[in-house]
Design a protein. Sequence first.
Length: 405
Amino acid sequence: MFRYVSRSYLLAELTPGANIDMLKKLIMLMVIYSPLSAYGSQDLLSSMMQQGTLLRLQRDYEGADRVRDQLFTAFPTDAIGYVFNLNTLVTRISWDPSQKIYDEALLNDAEQALRICSRGMAAHPENFQSYYYCGQAHFALTFLHAIRGNHYQAGKNGALTIKRLEQTLVLEPQLVDAKMHLGLAYYYADNLPPFVKALSHLLWFIPTGNSEKSLPYLEAVTRKGQYFKDVAKFIYSDLLIDGERADRDKAALLLGQLVRSYPQNGRFQLRLMALLMEMERFQETIQAANAFLNIARQHQLSELDCTLAKLWATRAYVGLNNTETAQYLFEDVDAYFEQTREIVPQWTIPWRLLTRAQLQDLQNHRLEAISSYKQIIDLGKSSLVGVKTLTAAQEGLKTPYPHLY
């Protein structure tokens, strides 16, 4: 995958009597501007990337950070350490976009990565590696600016993401991993908010999507990717849940594969439970929650993840009209949210309130249910509340809860 660039094409220009200082300068320029694989061990890089990606998939971010530091040490003049960390930071931020503790680190690492890879593109325009790194850095910036509402910067970096990764594939068509970030960039560019799309014919920085390539590109990575195969499965499954090309059965299949491969990653487990709930596969939701809770007890996993598994099991029992068991489980959920000092993801709060409201409706506590529904709607005025949760709350205000959605 990586191209080896010989030093001889520069050294051949030096006569036997060449100035030694000039020789040193040339070698230093080559180290700075040439692709990583020319000077680092490709086997070492591949091993570190495989290990780091595996640690991320296992949700071991401390381990991933150790790999990041090793990459900085092994390849100090290359962008790879920064780019690797950008992918980790995007993963962490996406769990709870309301938290901004990683924003500064992402902005700084993106700046450093772009500084290095921009030099590489200028010095070696025929080599794909710098374009690939720059594309990933711009993708991380696109993601952060989009969730923070900085539409200009999101659009500008989105366009550059697509440009750099398209050029990567022109130079290295077999680099399937590049299709993950590019496919996702295409997808979101193709599904821009209407007001942004309305400006697209006027502003150059609005990225142009490609719906014919976005999902196929992601699917290709799930089959043939080197480092991002399983990462792409999670992203691809998420995009298959809704939209014109929704295929929830396929999404559940992909998530099931991830759960089996990484049973201790609560994020994969919880996403599968949420999907099974949306498909009204209540018994399977309960089974998935119980299986995860057993694993969590064995490995002392996050109490938050265990609580959220109980929340999805509660909702499944609500869907089965088993109010007694649902109430019993929900007491544990409520107790955790009331007592924890841990920062919980913002998206969990409306789900807790919705579950409480629907339980109150099932127990004929209509006034309490109305109060809970109103809390969700009020939250939606000041923070991000999912469309499905908000719609369910609005419907619950009108009519006592009879159905899941």
